[in-house]
Design a protein around this ligand. Structure first.
Ligand SMILES: CC(C)(COP(=O)(O)OP(=O)(O)OC[C@H]1O[C@@H](n2cnc3c(N)ncnc32)[C@H](O)[C@@H]1OP(=O)(O)O)[C@@H](O)C(=O)NCCC(=O)NCCS
Length: 168
């Protein structure tokens, strides 16, 4: 797969990517960092700024578009400087795969890549969160060595959040 930051010229492929989620009755797009509610150029600038200088609260982070055979398959958010209080809520890594490309091993490949980036950045452990009822994400994390370390009731939708630790 090819992983790269978004560019101004990616507008239409990202619109199409989001539309596929809406067409599948998903009203949120994982790891999109607020794209649906943002002006596109501002969003690209924010992502590029996050990778270069970082955000005051979130530190430096990467938001990669993940391609296979020139098709945008998924989004991958790697928050390798996240302060501990935010890690405990959001986790260090986030990802999503477009509905038509799920169950083909892409999330597993993307997480594997994210873990290699985190290791390269000097981390020796990452924390990932997912809802307990998100069986696909939990399976992806467990396959990559994730060990359940915490579980709590999430204020959102009354769903239970689980947190997994992965040693790098
Ligand atoms: C979670 C998600 C990223 C998984 O992507 P994917 O590319 O389909 O995952 P993979 O193909 O790599 O599969 C990983 C594991 O999940 C399992 N899996 C996939 N879909 C599943 C489902 N609906 N129910 C249970 N397990 C599932 C696979 O079988 C595989 O495990 P296995 O190898 O032990 O069989 C994808 O479903 C998605 O984008 N969901 C919406 C966004 C989201 O939930 N993001 C994560 C937030 S924490």
């Amino acid at each position: 797969m090819i992983y790269r930051l978004p560019e101004i010229s990616d507008k239409s492929i990202l619109q199409e990517y989001m539309q596929e989620h809406y067409d599948n009755k998903e009203n949120s797009v994982s790891a999109s960092l607020g794209l649906p509610a943002s002006e596109y150029t501002d969003w690209v600038e924010k992502i590029q700024r996050n990778s270069l200088v970082g955000d005051e609260q979130w530190g430096k982070s990467l938001l990669y578009l993940c391609f296979d055979n020139n098709k945008l398959i998924g989004l991958l958010s790697i928050r390798y400087e996240l302060p501990e209080n935010l890690t405990k809520i959001y986790g260090d890594i986030g990802y999503g795969v477009r509905p038509s490309e799920r169950n083909k091993g892409y999330a597993t490949t993307m997480l594997h890549y994210a873990l290699s980036v985190c290791k390269e950045k000097g981390m020796d452990n990452v924390l990932l969160g997912c809802y307990k009822d998100n069986l696909a994400s939990a399976a992806t994390i467990k396959k990559s060595g994730g060990m359940l370390v915490n579980e709590n009731d999430n204020y959102k939708e009354g769903r239970v959040s689980q947190y997994y630790s992965i040693k790098l």
